[in-house]
Write a protein that binds this ligand. Sequence first.
Ligand SMILES: C[S@@+](CC[C@H](N)C(=O)[O-])C[C@H]1O[C@@H](n2cnc3c(N)ncnc32)[C@H](O)[C@@H]1O
Length: 276
Amino acid sequence: MTEAPIPEIDQNTPSIARAYDYMIGGKDNYAVDRAFGDQINESLPGAQAIAVENRKVLVRAIREIVTQTGIRQFVDLGSGLPTADNVHQVAQAVAPESRVVYVDNDPIVLAHGRALLDENDRTTVIQADVREPEKILEHPATRSLIDFEQPVGVVMCAILHHLNDDEDPAGIVRYWYDRVPSGSHFFISHFRTEHNPETAEIEGMLQTTFGRGRWRDDEEIRAFFDGLELLEPGVVPTAEWRPDDIEGLSLVGKTSQQRELTVWERLIVAGLARKP
Ligand SMILES: C[S@@+](CC[C@H](N)C(=O)[O-])C[C@H]1O[C@@H](n2cnc3c(N)ncnc32)[C@H](O)[C@@H]1O
């Protein structure tokens, strides 16, 4: 397959993918992304920890899907820059035959993703917009790696909060729901608001910088799982989603179940659900 050329990368404007990379300790970011990340951190101490926890819950969720189900193929929508423990590495560590299509609209993800994935013929990265799901579905790389007759793991980790309401994020979930067979799993993590001033401020910063960013409340986030069978423990703060790394989650020497969640731990939730 001929590979699409990599578009130029704008180093003067922050990007969601690069700012997030900075927040989780990556190196694929520019001064402008770091400045934006620092600004977020200043307004919400713990913002960086939210990003790290989000990454950790993704790893747990993929491991759960691969060990608990026969799913061996994933579409990772809004995948971000390659980092440690990417979806294919977690899945292939358990089941080497696992296949992953990474999708992101940021050209830097394509550039760095290709470098990482070059040696792995069961993974690919495509530059596409999650708001145009049919282009992702019909992309030759998706078609060649994913068999839509078999259950699929659809990963929407920290992506739906980058879609405004008028971009119909629920419709995007529904699009994939309609195209995957019974037994497919959906993993979603999302910024959560309790309608507090901190999240309103960050939402404002994201809107000003990127023209997008929406912190949703419990009811709104749960609605993304409509029609799906939500698996235990439901949609909960990521720190409480099947924690396995007691040490890592133990900020004050207790597990998240034994103590009050910190402010920032309340602001990111995740859920895993199965299509009946
Ligand atoms: C916060 S990062 C999350 C990365 C990864 N999913 C994770 O949870 O670690 C959000 C990613 O979504 C990508 N993104 C934002 N809007 C997008 C869109 N409309 N289409 C495709 N990707 C998008 C950004 O470029 C960024 O890489």
